[in-house]
Design a protein around this ligand. Structure first.
Ligand code: SF4
Length: 81
């Protein structure tokens, strides 16, 4: 895994154990409220290339990017997705 301070890293690239509960939360989002896997991947690819992604968190909204992107009705605060 990468260093604990990784600009432009998603949580899945940081130290695993700590973020387990966040992945459980994402997994438990009801299917009808979840972004389809392809859309989720597209969103995360945009976050990965965004200067506002810091240690898995979006500096614009303070959300974990993976959590925000997982929810169908959420949007990027900058309109990137
Ligand atoms: S949600 Fe938008 S502003 Fe935030 S890290 Fe992703 S692309 Fe960047």
């Amino acid at each position: 895994m990468s260093s604990p301070n990784c600009k432009r890293c998603l949580l899945n690239e940081l130290d695993g154990e700590y973020f387990k509960s966040i992945y459980q939360y994402i997994e438990n989002i009801p299917l009808e409220q979840k972004a389809p896997p392809r859309e989720y991947g597209r969103r995360l690819a945009l976050c990965k290339n965004c200067g506002d992604l810091q240690n898995g968190m979006c500096a614009q909204c303070g959300c974990f990017a993976e959590v925000r992107a997982a929810k169908l009705r959420q949007a990027c605060p900058w309109g990137k997705w």
